[in-house]
Ligand binder design. Sequence first.
Ligand code: SF4
Ligand code: SF4
Ligand code: SF4
Length: 300
Amino acid sequence: MNDSKTLADRIEDLLPQTQCTKCGYDGCRPYAEAVAAGAASYNQCPPGGAEGVARLAKLLGKPVIPINPVNGVERPRPVAFIDEQVCIGCTLCMQACPVDAIVGAPKQMHTIVKDLCTGCDLCVAPCPVDCIAMIPVTGEATGWDAWTQQQADEARVRHDRRQARLAAERHAAEARAAARRAAATPAGAASEASDASATSASPAAASPAATDDAEARKKAIIQAALERARRKKQELAERGAGPRNTEHVSADVQAQIDAAEARRRRLGIAADTGTADNKTGGAATPDQPAPNADQNDKPA
Ligand code: SF4
Ligand code: SF4
Ligand code: SF4
């Protein structure tokens, strides 16, 4: 053991790194810090399962206790699957994925890289057309029997890399905003006005009518996709084949589900019951802005 490691470091080393937030924290590291500080119990990580609790109990010199059902249940590990016929390419799932396991581009279908998916569920709730299903892939195996240390280590690296990238993007955005504010001084405003005038005079500028047409076409395409998704969802529900792994979600996850249902209502998709009985739990990462209907209604 590396003696320079803190207790939080050693706790984090024992966690499965799915970054699912089911423990009630924003990822494995914040949970490890909370356990080390005595602010959280060591039985709040469903992906680690009973063995995960036993590992933490041994490190902490505490008794083995059951997983807290408030945080979820130990289950066979699922992998996300996108129905590419229904996907409208809104990118909300990519924004929610904590380990960059989803590939795609705005307005193009998205795909899960199966080997990178930790089964965290976080992409399910943000999808406005309900085209992501969680499919169990480990048979009866659960917890650490369904997930290797190597997979955990790789997920941790991918998550850390993503966090670093998001932080860099945030800093760059802040720098751009500061530059814009600085340019909003009287001298900057005059310069902006001059730029705007030059732009509006450009022959390349799109006419308002052309912009309206493009907007209308896009809305019609999205509306048709939403309608297909609604019909598919209805068919699945009638066959009793709705989303799975939806029981025992935490209050935070339920709040995310409720937000997703509200979003669907804004998009004009028939709302369902909006309970944990028919949705898979998931929550956007704190780095992500709450997805909203505007992102789907406006051209990227
Ligand atoms: S795997 Fe999920 S529940 Fe377990 S510590 Fe990490 S984020 Fe929390
Ligand atoms: S379940 Fe979804 S969000 Fe989670 S790792 Fe897999 S693809 Fe990413
Ligand atoms: S959230 Fe759903 S519709 Fe949007 S890109 Fe992902 S899978 Fe496609």
